[in-house]
Design a protein around this ligand. Structure first.
Ligand SMILES: [Fe+2]
Ligand SMILES: [Fe+2]
Ligand SMILES: [Fe+2]
Length: 415
């Protein structure tokens, strides 16, 4: 599929009324966790498009161009409204959170598996383990406060177990910037960087907005802590993006990413309501892609192929389980942290590095670290933590279920 050659049944702008902007939501009891994850992903993709278009407009002196951007943005905003309300009213904040982390785990693993650029793959593997640990922390909050086992939500497709402990994710900001990619990157690498940045940003925004709405102090504190890690993740992935694009080139990249994702969703969807939305949005996105490419021609005299060398989509994204892959990454990189643009096992980090300085401040009182408190409280209540494992944790020091390991990946020479 090459969206530049595709004859979309929608051309120009299709505006909705208040009836057709409100979709039939999915049934949370019968819908696959991956449909739920796709709804989160596409909501994140649209949110990124909307805010990118606002920033573009605020940095553009030409009102004729700003009117064209407003036309594109209005459609993107409609798409976001439509996609977001596929979520049902009865899905609560914590259930939604666990689905956010499921998406983070299985999207990241899927992208990493087919990522041709070794440095980008390492970046994906690195943050994968952290979102995998977040899933475990939130699942324990659910067990502790509601008595529910989160496996009912994630459909037994992913395991739930500790990984690099969340307490070790807190790095100094100077260690969060990666090297950017450039225009020579493969199309699939460009897509991966844009997709994962939008997805992690959606998670960051979600935690920023729901933190104060969560009904317990422990939960609010946990959203604060993990929200800070998501800020790190958005910086980490966002810094991989090509920094040399003009705003119009970047607009074409954004629309192309949207087309690729909607087409991927359409091909892998089994939920009929969601499938209808993906199809309609794909048609709209193609119309906006073509309009963006026309603007690039008109204002910069450039063809879209200077942004995406070939228009045909690479291998499509199909979300699914990645149990063995995640275990492998866990086994091989659990003690890694960041040293400027690179990764380094914590045992080899210089003792005067920014990592240890920052850790000594944010974790100065180990009894006040929410991601640790949630596991201790669960163990106090049930004698063991909550997990969903198909085999013992590949890291021996993470196997005990009556203690929370807070030194691994954080304190040199810890196991
Ligand atoms: Fe869109
Ligand atoms: Fe996360
Ligand atoms: Fe994340």
């Amino acid at each position: 599929m090459n969206p530049f050659d595709f004859n979309s049944p929608i051309t120009g702008q299709k505006y909705y009324n208040w009836k057709n902007i409100y979709p039939v939501p999915y049934d949370k009891a019968t819908t696959s966790p991956y449909t739920k994850a796709r709804v989160i992903l596409m909501n994140g993709c649209e949110t990124e498009q909307v805010f990118f278009l606002h920033q573009f407009s605020r940095n553009c002196p030409d009102n004729d161009l700003r009117r064209e951007l407003a036309k594109i943005r209005r459609i993107e905003q409609q798409q976001q409204k439509l996609v977001q309300c596929l979520k049902p009213k009865n899905e609560n904040i914590l259930e939604e959170t666990i689905l956010y982390e499921l998406l983070a785990v299985d999207l990241t693993a899927k992208l990493a598996k087919c990522e041709p650029d070794q440095y980008v793959k390492e970046a994906l593997d690195f943050a994968l383990l952290e979102d995998f640990d977040h899933l475990y922390r939130y699942a324990n909050l659910m067990k502790l406060e509601y008595g529910n086992n989160a496996e009912y939500l994630v459909g037994k497709y992913t395991e739930i177990m500790p990984a690099r402990p969340t307490i070790a994710h807190h790095r100094h900001p100077v260690d969060t910037i990666r090297r950017s990619t450039d225009s020579e990157a493969h199309t699939i690498t460009k897509l991966h960087c844009n997709i994962i940045t939008a997805a992690e940003q959606q998670t960051m925004n979600f935690y920023m907005n729901v933190c104060n709405l969560y009904p317990s102090d422990l939960g609010r504190r946990l959203y604060q802590e993990i929200g800070m890690v998501e800020e790190d993740h958005v910086t980490h992935y966002g810094s991989l993006l090509n920094t040399n694009l003009t705003l119009l080139e970047n607009l074409v990249m954004h629309m192309y990413t949207g087309c690729y994702l909607y087409y991927s969703c359409l091909q892998s969807e089994d939920n009929p309501q969601a499938k209808c939305v993906w199809k309609e949005c794909f048609y709209q996105e193609v119309a906006n892609l073509k309009l963006s490419a026309d603007l690039l021609e008109k204002y910069e005299n450039k063809h879209w192929s200077c942004v995406i060398s070939e228009g045909a989509f690479p291998e499509l994204l199909n979300l699914g389980p990645n149990v063995e892959y995640v275990r492998d990454v866990l086994k091989n990189t659990v003690t890694c942290t960041c040293l400027k643009e690179d990764y380094c096992p914590v045992n080899l980090m210089p003792l005067d590095s920014n990592f240890f300085y920052y850790q000594s401040i944010v974790n100065s009182d180990l009894d006040c670290v929410p991601s640790h408190n949630v596991i201790c409280d669960t163990i106090n209540k049930f004698k063991i933590d909550y997990r969903y494992e198909k085999a013992p944790n590949p890291i021996v020091s993470l196997q005990a279920r009556n203690v929370d390991n807070i030194t691994l990946g954080r304190v040199p020479d810890s196991k």
